[in-house]
Design a protein around this ligand. Structure first.
Ligand code: FAD
Length: 268
């Protein structure tokens, strides 16, 4: 995986459970030295191009909403019983594949249980701050790139005998966006420093993801407006960024879940 020879995916989300992973139904049943995995996953990035998938499955035989120790992680290689569904037609990020996965009694050796049985959700939770920080970094980068593209565009474009950037509305919008951009970069840098020091807790990562992704969503929308009709044409980076950025408040935990994580720490 590190050398890039094996492409993998993370398969946690199911058609019936996304935000609430304790509702997943994919199950793994012990069979001698192996496990048999059955179930369905959806929205899996690299589901088609990947060689193997890190699958979250229920291992305690329970039904309904599982307990914190009802789930385990397995590294499942493509093989018999492992079927890839169709590529989902996303509104943006067309370069990456996202797909459904189906497991029909896929036989997995016990050695491919990741860590200890019953600790799948715990391992997932331990990785969440890093994943959410990565989304905050991507969001911050989108804001900078689209701000700079919009400054260039509005300097080049003329209307009513002036450059678009010479209208007060454009300057006010860009002034607000530059301020938000610098606040976002500073805030995300602070989260990176905390992560590098091993001190980024779940709520701080959630706040960074919440703040930066909301800025990316809002800034791509406002910059698209400053491009006029050209902003609606996919040839222009702002149009692609608008579509791609729409995901940032949804995946890696929706921003409603981020607010819930942060809100709990305030209420505690
Ligand atoms: C392009 C794309 C790529 C993805 N890649 C992957 C991947 O590689 N691997 C993977 O496992 N998953 C992946 N996902 C799944 C993604 O993480 C989920 O879509 C996301 O966690 C939300 O789950 P859901 O879609 O089931 O929405 P739901 O959980 O059904 O949520 C629906 C709405 O209810 C709200 N809601 C839910 N619970 C609460 C609550 N407690 N309080 C308030 N509001 C709430 C949500 O915020 C949302 O607005 C991907 C999704 C997309 C679209």
């Amino acid at each position: 995986m590190v050398s890039g020879e094996n492409v993998t995916s993370i398969a946690w989300t199911e058609p019936g459970a996304g935000s609430d992973l304790r509702g997943i139904r994919t199950k793994a049943v012990r069979d001698g030295d192996d496990w048999l995995i059955s179930g369905q996953k959806t929205f899996i990035g690299n589901g088609i191009s990947g060689d193997a998938s890190l699958v979250l499955a229920r291992t305690d035989g329970s039904t309904g909403r599982g307990k914190h120790d009802s789930f385990s992680l397995f590294m499942v290689g493509k093989g018999e019983g492992y079927t890839t569904g169709k590529q989902l037609d996303k509104m943006g990020l067309k370069a990456s594949d996202t797909a459904e996965l189906f497991f029909d009694d896929v036989r997995v050796p016990h050695a491919d249980l990741v860590g200890e049985e019953g600790k799948g959700l715990q391992y997932a939770a331990e990785q969440l701050p890093q994943g959410r920080l990565a989304i905050a970094v991507a969001s911050s980068a989108v804001v900078r790139a689209i701000y700079e593209a919009t400054v260039r565009y509005t300097k080049d474009r003329n209307a009513f005998g002036e450059r678009v950037i010479d209208f007060q509305n454009t300057r006010f919008e860009l002034a607000d966006i530059l301020t938000e951009l610098e606040v976002t970069e500073t805030y995300v840098d602070q989260a990176i420093r905390a992560f590098n020091a091993g001190e980024l807790d779940a709520a701080s990562a959630a706040r960074a993801k919440l703040w930066a992704s909301e800025r990316a969503k809002s800034v791509t929308d406002r910059c698209l407006q400053l491009h006029g009709g050209y902003g609606y044409i996919l040839e222009y980076p702002v149009a692609q960024a608008f579509l791609a950025a729409r995901l940032l408040t949804i995946f890696g935990g929706t921003n409603e879940i981020m607010r819930d994580v942060v809100g709990r720490t305030i209420a505690d």
